[in-house]
Design a protein around this ligand. Structure first.
Ligand code: GLC
Ligand code: GLC
Length: 813
């Protein structure tokens, strides 16, 4: 069952009923001001940091799930009938409803009793404000006397404090209202230099700024007293809960339409110009607002946003026989990658905006999905991340985006972390050819004076692994590797103890086969970079180290039919046929093959067969099997989840593309693409009632076969799944892969495809790629025709800036 459809032409998902299984959301903002908006206008806004500069209040885990947002109310003043054109919060019956989530904008339109209201929400480029453009149309054949009410509930800036510190917060709220503009200035009187404003393009019939006056005692947002009455009370908040609500009267002739623009924004004043007049307590209101209340400005701003997305998405366009592939690659998957760039893991409907900062591991992987769209910002991101690395090569697991410093609460010891930096930098250099980044001086742990070239950081990343090997010669796992929930040194029996940072057993020598595979991959990548820099000897050392680690994996990490996962504190294997549960894990099958382990001796193929037999389900590939049926103190958080959820045998979507890539590497295009389609949200649109999350973006997890709700997705949007699926489909299945020497075109396609076409911007040139394949053929490209000339192998050389290069690839058998 579907709740809408894709409009690929307009790059929108169109939701045609408001009661989606879960709120289906979108993001507003591309630079500094961001918001989350659901299909019923729920959500909130913030400036840069979702915790510290929250503009509007949102109560997570509410009932109904999604209340609080950018709500409008329309009231028919002749009858007193009122409703929300976004359905929530009144949930009145609507004659028509449509929500269009587009690229950084959302448009919600509906009609009731002959009155149509359509609201466009977006954040203009370069601004720290959001525009709501409401268009109200009288489709009746009689005149209509209407009232339009806006509403937002202000957050007292620090979202964590706002939700907990009521003894103070009920007394701090302050606003000003001037010329119809509502200014929220809580704590401005003391140490804050910033305020929010909420303005309206039309003359006001009234306003409200005190929540309980607007709503009335014992009422919620579904039945505000002011709206019911048809008149605002001009309340001025002093303490309690400041809100913003404008009341506008609209007299519309039959067929008449009126545009009303609301602007919600964030502004800062220089400290010595906070008040006007100086010495007073009156906010210095700068003329930031007025421009955006004009319809022409709004129209221009909206068009500019569209151009912005044309530029971002224009760098890679594919036309394949599969519509789900095209729309994910060309639109939604790329869009989701940009959202993970902007938001990391901070604010979604599952991430409350007050939790984690930026993950060292997560951010390096996210980069794989956006580096081709915004290489300069990827460069900046890499340098920020690397500057938090420690001199030992170790890494803070997280850093704070505002301060850009490592987070001491969590600290280091996730032993996979440093290796992701090598993979991130390597992806950047391959994409851009910009070797200068390797010479950039970068601090360790942000300490001034500790600068060393970025390349030195990469060396230390590898060394960090090499200096931390366990009894089998495999890398020590530390607190966890990629799987945050495999906590082999934790041994926690106390409720509430964090699994990742608690170490109750010391001297643990638990080892990770995952990190071993990742090391092989990273060492080979760094060898190629070393060679590029003329460091042949060093390159050979890295290759030898990769070789050696491969040997260790084959000796201690191979279980007979698949790669083992780890060795626990006591030296017992995990992810082995010897275990009663957790016999086979997905991660080492993926990463070891990505590193090239088992490619030339059949072990990769064997491991992938085991994945197909034991882990694959129609909804995707589960993380491990059999699921842990009880808590195991020696394994940690993984066994804290009920079977089928999250790391305990859920379909942890992030890992699935590793298997797709591995299948492509062994030449199995049908299986790679089949796995790709199993978790492709656009394909799963058809089962939206079971999948439940948005059909246009990946979710972190789909419940595994051990869960009663097998196939139900959760934690959509902010997940490394976005980047890795983008890599799997574009670079391995379609095979268009940036490399140090050029653009590789080496697709591994499903047998029944006749080929595909693509346009790829690469190093300032444009590659027009055509792949032709005899139907039924399952082989690889033998050579390319580049601008009419035959090129042996599959790499199209780097072209002159501005060139348009025609690349033809033919698969004959
Ligand atoms: C979450 C984390 C990521 C981790 C994964 C598996 O997605 O953000 O860092 O690798 O879970 O535990
Ligand atoms: C929990 C989650 C895991 C996530 C981690 C982040 O362990 O299960 O998916 O990576 O929290 O800290």
């Amino acid at each position: 069952m579907r709740y809408g459809h894709f409009d690929d032409e307009r790059r929108e998902y169109v939701i045609d009923r408001p009661d989606t299984p879960l709120p289906w959301i979108n993001y507003l903002g591309t630079e500094a001001y961001f918001g989350i908006v659901s299909n019923t206008a729920g959500g909130y806004s913030f400036y840069r940091d979702a915790r510290l500069r929250r503009l509007t209040r949102y109560r997570y885990n509410n009932a109904p799930f999604d209340v609080g947002g950018r709500y409008l109310y329309v009231r028919d003043d002749a009858t007193g009938d009122f409703w929300s054109p976004s359905w929530q919060p009144t949930r009145s019956r609507l004659d028509e409803y449509e929500c269009r989530h587009g690229l950084s904008y959302t448009r919600i339109a509906s009609a009731r009793g002959g009155i149509r209201a359509e609201t466009l929400y977006f954040v203009p480029l370069g601004e720290t404000l959001e525009v709501w453009r409401a268009r109200v149309t009288n489709e009746r054949d009689t005149a209509a006397e209407l009232s339009l009410f806006s509403s937002v509930e202000f957050c007292l800036w620090d979202a964590q404090d706002d939700a907990t510190n009521f003894q103070r917060n009920f007394s701090t709220g302050q606003v000003e209202v001037a010329d119809g503009v509502i200014y929220h200035k809580t704590e401005y009187r003391e140490r804050r230099d910033h305020f929010a404003y909420f303005a309206c393009s039309e003359p006001l019939a009234g306003f409200d700024t005190q929540r309980d006056t607007f709503l009335g005692a014992y009422r919620g947002w579904d039945r505000p007293a002011a709206v019911e009455r048809g008149a605002a009370l001009d309340s001025i908040a002093y303490g309690w809960a400041p809100i913003g609500s404008h009341h506008v009267r609209l007299a519309l002739a039959p067929g008449e339409s009126r545009e009303v623009v609301f602007v919600l924004g964030y502004a800062e004043n220089p400290r010595d110009e906070k008040f006007d007049p100086r010495g007073s307590q009156t906010l210095n209101k700068r003329p930031v607002i007025e421009r955006w209340l004009r319809p022409e400005t709004v129209a221009e701003g909206f068009a500019a946003l569209g151009d912005h997305w044309d530029r971002l998405l224009g760098g890679l366009r594919v036309t394949t026989p599969d519509a789900d592939t095209d729309r994910m690659v060309n639109i939604w998957n790329a869009y989701q990658c940009m959202v993970t760039f902007n938001l990391s893991r901070s604010a979604s409907f599952y991430e409350s905006g007050i939790g984690r900062g930026m993950g060292f591991r997560d951010s390096n992987q996210d980069l794989l999905g956006f580096v081709h769209m915004i290489p300069e910002r990827a460069r900046e991101r890499i340098l920020d991340i690397a500057a938090t690395q420690m001199a030992t090569g170790g890494a803070y697991h997280q850093y704070q985006p505002l301060t850009k410093r490592g987070n001491d609460d969590i600290g280091e010891g996730f032993n996979d972390d440093p290796l992701w930096l090598v993979l991130g930098v390597s992806a950047y250099v391959k994409e851009t050819g910009d070797e200068t980044i390797l010479d950039e001086p970068v601090t360790f742990d942000n300490a001034p004076g500790s600068e060393a070239p970025l390349y030195e950081h990469l060396r230390r990343s590898l060394r960090y692994t090499q200096e931390r090997l366990g009894p089998h010669g495999l890398p020590l796992i530390g607190r966890a590797d990629w799987n945050d929930c495999l906590n082999l040194n934790c041994f926690s029996d106390t409720p509430g103890e964090p699994f990742q940072t608690t170490e109750n057993a010391s001297g643990g020598a638990a080892e990770s086969v995952f990190i071993a595979g990742q090391f092989v991959l990273a060492a080979k990548e760094l060898a190629a970079i070393a060679e590029l820099r003329g460091l042949t000897g060093e390159a050979a050392e890295y290759r030898a180290a990769a070789e050696k680690m491969t040997g260790v994996i084959l000796e201690h990490g191979w279980d007979g039919a698949w790669f083992r996962r780890a060795y626990d504190f006591y030296g017992h294997p995990i992810g082995s046929g010897e275990n009663d549960e957790g016999q086979i894990f997905i991660e080492p099958q993926g990463i070891c093959v990505l590193g090239g382990v088992g490619l030339d001796d059949g072990l990769a193929v064997r491991a992938l067969r085991s994945v197909a037999e034991r882990l694959a389900t129609p909804h995707g590939i589960v993380l491990q099997q059999p699921a842990y049926s009880s808590y195991r103190i020696e394994l940690g958080e993984i066994s804290s989840y009920p079977p089928g959820y999250k790391e305990n045998a859920g379909i942890f979507c992030h890992t699935n593309p590793w298997i797709m890539i591995a299948e492509a590497m062994v030449g199995n295009g049908d299986r790679a693409f089949d796995y790709y389609r199993r978790i492709n949200p656009s394909v799963r649109e058809a089962i939206s009632e079971a999948h439940r999350c948005e059909p246009y973006v990946y979710a972190q997890m789909i419940a595994g076969r051990d869960a009663p709700a097998h196939g139900e997705a959760k934690n959509s949007w902010l997940t490394g799944t976005a980047a890795w699926n983008f890599v799997a489909i574009t670079q391995w299945i379609l095979g268009i892969r940036p490399e140090l020497t050029g653009l590789r075109v080496d697709p591994v396609l499903p047998a029944n495809w006749p080929g595909f076409r693509a346009t790829r911007a690469f190093r300032d040139a444009t590659y027009e790629i055509t792949v032709r394949k005899a139907a039924g053929a399952t082989g690889r490209v033998a050579y390319l025709i580049v601008d009419g000339e035959r090129v042996d192998g599959t790499v199209a050389p780097i072209a002159a800036p501005g060139a348009v290069v025609r690349v033809e690839a033919v698969i004959e058998e």
